[in-house]
Write a protein that binds this ligand. Structure first.
Ligand code: SF4
Ligand code: SF4
Length: 332
């Protein structure tokens, strides 16, 4: 029988041991229904998730809620929105108690005296031209000024088909301000003309992402297996989609048979009562979903399937390490 130790040499086994201890239990929280941008293709607004609930304004209720989430076993809070930095008191309710990640557009600087080591993931949608087209603003100019050199921040670069051939300049820009970058692909939830992926573009962007990782290993936090999975939508010969997705809110999960999934995962709306279907758009057709975190988690929850060949298991380890770095469970 194939076992982990039989497939790995000593060096890889050490890497495996470090991550196998982590036992990460994440959930996702909409901190607010408001944002200081309105990006074309934003999954939150395009699926009307901002109307799903009326946000809880009493901060003491957020504190009580976080305690209950911890009792449920959550050990990583992923804060999204809207724009979480509009509500720092609510962020604090999480940050005081457990490892917390804050997704932001970077326009407002998280005060580091209040949140010294909170990991911040800054969204970036491409070049200045694309950012202005899709988001109405050159956010990099502002966010890089706010976060240059910050050891607890990185760019979450959403690559669009228009970025083909242009990613290197973005990576260089990020490197130039002393930050790291993680790449994911746009799902184009609002059908903006020219921003939906065609099969040949996915092949090309996979090669380009691989190339960026080879050229900028100190700046790009990624893995080639992750590039393969998000561009092909296939893992171990199986297609990604509703029947395989690991990031479905547990209380919405009526699938039979139930696939491997994130333990007790819930995505909460900002009223702290309503839950959304999954980690991303409520209305997205799963067959078009390119969500990076869902694909990453898909690999992570399917460890057993990767105990097949040395390369498969190494691929699994690399994706797990990538996730652990992005959420600060292991150092860059
Ligand atoms: S910054 Fe984020 S939450 Fe705000 S509109 Fe853009 S994608 Fe949506
Ligand atoms: S939209 Fe994506 S993340 Fe949500 S359930 Fe479908 S496949 Fe999963």
């Amino acid at each position: 029988m194939k076992t982990v130790s039989s497939l790995l040499d000593e060096r890889w086994y050490e890497r495996y041991k470090k991550i196998s201890k982590l036992n990460i239990r994440s959930s996702i929280y909409d901190v607010t229904d408001h944002c200081n941008l309105r990006c074309k293709g934003c999954f939150f607004f395009s699926s009307d998730e901002h109307k799903a609930a009326s946000e809880e304004k009493d901060v003491s209720k957020w504190h009580t809620f976080v305690e209950k989430e911890m009792a449920r076993g959550v050990n990583l809070a992923i804060l999204i929105g809207g724009e979480p930095t509009l509500c720092l008191d609510r962020i604090e309710a999480f940050y005081q108690r457990l490892p917390t990640f804050c997704a932001t557009n970077g326009l407002i600087k998280v005060p580091r005296e209040r949140f010294p080591d909170m990991m911040v993931g800054i969204s970036l949608w491409g070049s200045q031209e694309d950012e202005i087209l899709l988001r109405g603003k050159d956010t990099f100019k502002i966010s890089s000024n706010n976060y240059a050199g910050d050891p607890h921040a990185y760019y979450l670069y959403t690559i669009t088909p228009k970025q083909l051939g242009k990613t290197e300049q973005i990576i260089k820009n990020v490197e130039g301000v002393g930050l790291k970058v993680h790449m994911q692909l746009l799902s184009n939830d609002e059908g903006v003309d020219g921003f939906s992926w065609q099969p040949e573009q996915l092949m090309d962007i996979r090669a380009e992402m691989d190339d960026m990782l080879d050229k900028y290993p100190q700046t790009v936090i990624s893995s080639k297996y992750y590039h393969e999975i998000i561009t092909t939508g296939r893992m171990l010969g199986r297609p990604f989609g509703w029947s395989e997705c690991p990031s479905v809110t547990i209380t919405h999960d009526n699938r039979t048979p139930q696939p491997k999934r994130l333990t007790n995962f819930i995505r909460w709306a900002s009223d702290l009562k309503t839950t959304h279907r999954c980690c991303t758009s409520e209305t997205r057709d799963c067959s078009t979903c390119k969500d990076g975190a869902a694909h990453m988690s898909w690999v992570m929850v399917n460890k057993r399937g990767h105990i097949r060949t040395t390369r498969d298991l190494q691929n699994w380890i690399e994706v797990y390490e990538m996730f652990a770095k992005l959420y600060q469970f292991i150092p860059w």
